[in-house]
Design a protein around this ligand. Structure first.
Ligand code: DON
Length: 303
């Protein structure tokens, strides 16, 4: 199947939507990314890659990094990880604190910031340079070291990380964080500042479409673990918009405030779309529309 023409027509279709919404500015370094950027790439389990628009332009992957951090933490900890973080949708924004007091510092899932901070804490205990460990994990997935952390974005977020600091300290007060909060925030902000293109992200996420196998002989996760990551993506990957995404797209997805969305069609392919302007839930308007159109045109919804 050659998706090139379909992807070209999708980018042409959704470009008008790049005028809607707002580019994230609570991380100042993200505010200047041109809102008209729009790209899409598809990587198939057969090894083909198709793309259109700005698919080769690196952008800040932000919360999409939570996917790689989770896979790496699962590799290291296995199911013990689920004692410290749940796997239920939160129904709250990605940076909310409200459930943490009621639920004694155990975050609802690994994709809200609280859950991702717990995962980062696990990686801080396992690695001297946890953000390098996430980056090198991505390098292994791609078979290439061209992807890097954008130090300016990492610094910019770190200087404005009061909300995440509050979440981390609050969880620590319940005994659900082991390490030093300042070091944790350094690692988390650097991990979120990894810059990748749609093409890189579609390729890097392929193991989730292939029962945990990235390429012949390279198993990232065992099949049950990979399926479970997809399940958490479907139910929690777009925060309080996850139900709407299941309804509109019908595929496991993970979004980031850089404007990227990764979606998985199990057994078939991984997709990444990117456009910087976001809706009120912090997810890209044009990128979601692009993935929605792709799923509709190909009939790849899992439902
Ligand atoms: O922690 C933060 O706020 C950012 N580094 C990541 C948030 C994010 O990408 C939410 N996704 N849509």
């Amino acid at each position: 199947m050659d998706y090139r023409e379909l992807l070209e027509s999708i980018v042409a279709d959704v470009r008008a939507l790049t005028a809607q919404g707002a580019v994230a500015d609570y991380i100042p370094a993200l505010a200047n990314v041109p809102r008209e950027r729009c790209g899409i790439a598809v990587a198939t389990v057969g090894g083909a890659v198709f793309s259109a628009g700005d698919a080769d332009v690196p952008f800040s992957i932000q919360s999409i990094s939570k996917l790689f951090a989770l896979a790496l933490a699962l590799q290291r900890e296995g199911d013990d990880l689920w004692r410290r973080v749940g796997r239920e949708p939160s129904g709250t924004p990605f940076n909310s604190l409200v459930l943490l007091e009621r639920e004694r510092g155990i975050p609802r899932n690994p994709f809200v910031n609280a859950g991702a901070l717990v995962i980062a804490d696990v990686l801080c205990r396992r690695y001297l340079q946890p953000e390098r460990a996430v980056l090198e994990f991505v390098h292994r997935l791609l078979g290439s070291t061209h992807v890097a952390i954008d130090a300016a974005v990492a610094r910019s977020e770190r200087l404005h990380s009061d909300r995440n600091a509050a979440i981390a300290h609050f969880m620590k007060s319940f005994g659900n964080l082991d390490g030093d909060v300042a070091q944790l925030l350094d690692a988390y902000c650097a991990q979120c500042a990894i810059a990748m293109s749609c093409r890189d992200l579609a390729r890097a996420a392929l193991f989730l479409a292939a029962d945990g196998v990235q390429s012949p002989g390279i198993a990232v996760l065992d099949a049950p673990a990979a399926r479970r990551v997809n399940a958490v993506m479907l139910t929690c990957g777009a925060y309080d918009a996850s139900g709407d995404y299941a309804w509109r797209i019908g595929l496991p997805t993970k979004t980031g405030v850089g404007g990227g969305i990764v979606a998985i069609a199990p057994g078939r392919l991984a997709i990444c779309a990117w456009s910087p302007a976001l809706d009120a839930a912090g997810n890209s308007i044009a990128a979601a529309a692009a993935v929605e159109r792709f799923a509709a045109a190909t009939g790849l919804s899992i439902f």
